[in-house]
Structure formats: structure tokens, C-alpha cells
Design a protein. Structure first.
Ligand SMILES: *[C@@H]1O[C@H](CO)[C@@H](O)[C@H](O)[C@H]1NC(C)=O
Ligand SMILES: *[C@@H]1O[C@H](CO)[C@@H](O)[C@H](O)[C@H]1NC(C)=O
Ligand SMILES: *[C@@H]1O[C@H](CO)[C@@H](O)[C@H](O)[C@H]1NC(C)=O
Length: 389
């Protein structure tokens, strides 16, 4: 069904893209133009629905996507955005948020209003970049410090009773790099009650419990450090849109990877177009998988999608004549239907249809309306193989 919508949209986008050249040779037909505009915007709206959105995110000048999100994307997806292993990612959505407070006092606040109420929070992590101690104070008898992350319960008060310990770690004083704290409970609370989101506070102590010189243990802040080191909240969620095919399956039973080479540069859209809509295939061509490149730039989405630029959805085309060989991967039902058709036992029985019989998911890395970078997995987007059914 989803794939069908994509095909319809791809066709609509292409036919409207082809319009200017055809209309230049004919008198302007406004009615037809209006209609095609309507079809186009309806098609784009339906495609957005496939991607779980009501409106396309705004595309103001974007910042650089966080390296963590780029690495995560490259871990779960191949160059075409196709999921490498559907069990690598827990849930189907990963959202990153930048700190809104931009304070120098190791206090942070994240705006979660873009997370849908229906999304189930699986894990939430605070990512802080620890800087090296300032050189003037590097000599110190302590090797470790204790870093506590608190949920602020009442911002108007400033006492230890009004905060709740979420996470505590021992960190080498001389280290530098990303430190990750799990704060899932607080984020679940914030999701249930937006008003309870009063932010986070970090307190650094020696192992003996005394204060640490703030020049010794420093974390990059959104205000005075490079964007690539900004404090970040990463939330793993599931929006419940997983396909039925994945549920209840043995995680060790990994599906076959697509049969045709998926790597390498995508087909230029011209050749994909001529494959789809050009000369008719010979009638005898039997059911097989052909390319169908969905180009996000052509659809007008390249402003907010970070990766991929497009993907090969493939499509299934060809006849399913009697007798169906095993390479057609026929179901028993298709085999019987093909026999009935060949014997002409019953009128009006067609040969079976050439359709996708295995579907793969793709991943999208994109900016949402609030400039947060989101990684989302969409099931059943790529025809992995075709068969007669
Ligand atoms: C086409 O649409 C425009 C507004 O979108 C409208 O003003 C115009 O009358 C329409 N033309 C026809 C022929 O329907
Ligand atoms: C969070 O962001 C939304 C829109 O992006 C905004 O309407 C809302 O006021 C923000 N909330 C806070 C507490 O800043
Ligand atoms: C809270 O109190 C600490 C010391 O007890 C002080 O350093 C800090 O600036 C105070 N924060 C606010 C927001 O008043």
C-alpha cells in the first residue's frame, strides 16, 4: 500500500515535471494546469503521510547535523538509505535536541514539543562534551570525579530538595570527549506533563564529596563552544508504525538482502524514467524487478532531508504466464490460478500478478520544524524481490 502511494507520487511528480515542455508547444490550458497542480499537491500530501508528517518541515538555513546522528544513520543504513539490519535500532525513531538554555552553569533545557504524544520513549540520553582541564590546573591529586545529573523539580527554588538524581558516573578528570548519561525517566515524565520540564542540572564533585574547581572539569556549552560540541539530548522512540511483517519474527532470522546491486550511484532519473514510461517492454518479458528511483530533490524535499538524496524503491513488472517456474516465486494460489487460466476452465480468470513479495525499510535523516535532527525508519518502502501472486 505504501509502495503504491510512492509509485503514484513518483508518476505524478514526473508527469507534472514534464508538463512545461509539452505546454510550450500548445496553447496554455489553465484548467489542465490547475488539475495537474492539484494532483501534484495531493500526491505530495499523500507522500508526506507515508513519511508520517502533515506538513513538510520548514527549510530555513540549516545548521550542520550532529556527527552523532550522521554516524548513527551510517550505521543503520546503506548509501541508498536501505536498512542494513532491521534489529539494529531499538524502536524506529531517534531524535536529537539542542540545549535551549545555552547557559555557562552546566544547566540544560530541551524543548520536546515536537515529539508526538503517541511516541513511546524507549531511551533518552544526555550527551555532554567534556573539555580538557585548563592547563594551569592540570596537576591535581584526584584522578576521577563524580558527575551527577539532576532533574530540576522547581526552578524557582535553589536547594538540593528541589532536584532529583537521574544519573551518576565516575569520569577521569583528564579525559576529554563525549560523556553519555541515561535520563529516560525524566524524559518520560516531561512527555506526560510538559510543565514538569524544568531542565537539568549537572553537579561535579570529588570522590570525597567536595566541590571540584570548575576549571578542572568543564563541559562544552551551547554558548561558547563549537557547534559540534553542543550539549545534546538524544531520544529513542517508537511511533508504533512498525509493519506487521517485523513483529513476532525471530530476530536471528535476518531477511535476505536485496538481490540486485544496491550500491553505486543511483540511476540518472532520465534512464529510470525511460525504463518506467518509455518503450513498452516486450509482452513476453516475465515478472522481474526493475529500478524506480524516488528522487527527493525532484519532489522538492532536498531542503530538509539530510540523507539520502533519494532511494531506489524498485518496481515489479512483467507477465506471469503458465507454467510458473520456481524463479517466479509463485504461491500455491498463484500456481492454481495460472493453471485455471491456462485451461480456461472458468471465464474471466487472469494470470497472477507480478508484485513485490519482499519489502525492505528505508531510513531518513531530516531536520524537523524546530531544527532538531531526526532519524526515522519507514517499513515496506523498497521492493526486495518480485514474484507472481
Ligand atoms: C486556476 O486556479 C486559479 C487559482 O489557483 C484560479 O484563479 C483560476 O480561475 C483557475 N483557472 C481555471 C481555468 O480553473
Ligand atoms: C517549544 O517549542 C515550541 C515550538 O517549536 C514553542 O511553541 C514552545 O513555546 C516552546 N516551549 C518552550 C518552553 O520554550
Ligand atoms: C544556586 O545556588 C548555588 C550555590 O548554592 C549558586 O552557585 C547558584 O548560582 C544558584 N543558582 C541560581 C539559579 O540561583
Amino acid at each position: 500500500m505504501l509502495l503504491f502511494v510512492v509509485l503514484v507520487v513518483a508518476a505524478a511528480v514526473r508527469s507534472s515535471a514534464g508538463r512545461p515542455s509539452s505546454s510550450s508547444s500548445q496553447p496554455h490550458n489553465y484548467l489542465e494546469e490547475n488539475e495537474s497542480q492539484e494532483v501534484r499537491s495531493e500526491a505530495i500530501r499523500r507522500l508526506l503521510e507515508v513519511f508520517g508528517m502533515d506538513d513538510p518541515p520548514s527549510t530555513r538555513g540549516h545548521k550542520q547535523a550532529p556527527q552523532y546522528m550522521l554516524d548513527l544513520y551510517n550505521t543503520v543504513a546503506d548509501v541508498d538509505g536501505v536498512t542494513k539490519d532491521p534489529y539494529l535500532l531499538e524502536g524506529n525513531t531517534v531524535r536529537s535536541f539542542f540545549d535551549k538554555l545555552r547557559s555557562e552553569n552546566v544547566e540544560y533545557r530541551f524543548n520536546l514539543s515536537n515529539v508526538a504524544r503517541t511516541e513511546k520513549v524507549l531511551t533518552a540520553e544526555l550527551h555532554l562534551f567534556k573539555l580538557r582541564p585548563q592547563s594551569s590546573v592540570t596537576f591535581n591529586k584526584h584522578h576521577f570525579c563524580q558527575v551527577n545529573v539532576y532533574q530540576v523539580l522547581d526552578i524557582t527554588k535553589n536547594s538540593t530538595q528541589d532536584r532529583k538524581l537521574l544519573s551518576s558516573r565516575l569520569i577521569p578528570i583528564h579525559s576529554s570527549g563525549w560523556e553519555v548519561f541515561t535520563i529516560t525517566q525524566a524524559v518520560r515524565l516531561w512527555m506526560a506533563d510538559e510543565g514538569s520540564n524544568q531542565g537539568l542540572q549537572v553537579v561535579v564533585k570529588t570522590l570525597g564529596g567536595s566541590q571540584v574547581d570548575h576549571r578542572m572539569v568543564r563541559f562544552a556549552s551551547g554558548r561558547s563552544h563549537h557547534q559540534s560540541k553542543q550539549p545534546m539530548l538524544v531520544v529513542f522512540t517508537d511511533d508504533g508504525r512498525r509493519s506487521a511483517a517485523l513483529e513476532g519474527k525471530d530476530p536471528n532470522d535476518t531477511p535476505l538482502l536485496p538481490q540486485l546491486p544496491m550500491a553505486g550511484p543511483p540511476l540518472p532519473s532520465r534512464s529510470a524514467r525511460s525504463l518506467d514510461y518509455g518503450e513498452e517492454e516486450p509482452a513476453a518479458a516475465s515478472c522481474r524487478r526493475l529500478p524506480l528511483y524516488v528522487d527527493f530533490e525532484e519532489i522538492g524535499w532536498s531542503g530538509w532531508i539530510v540523507s539520502p538524496r533519494g532511494y531506489n524503491a524498485y518496481h515489479c513488472k512483467g507477465s506471469c504466464p503458465f507454467p510458473l517456474g520456481q524463479n517466479m516465486r509463485p504461491s500455491n494460489h498463484a500456481t492454481v490460478q495460472s493453471i485455471i487460466n491456462a485451461l480456461k476452465l472458468t471465464r474471466g480468470i487472469e494470470t497472477p500478478c507480478c508484485v513485490p513479495d519482499k519489502l525492505f525499510s528505508i531510513n531518513l535523516l531530516y531536520f524537523d520544524d524546530d531544527e532538531n535532527v531526526v532519524l526515522k525508519q519507514y517499513d515496506d518502502m523498497v521492493a526486495g524481490s518480485c514474484g507472481c501472486h
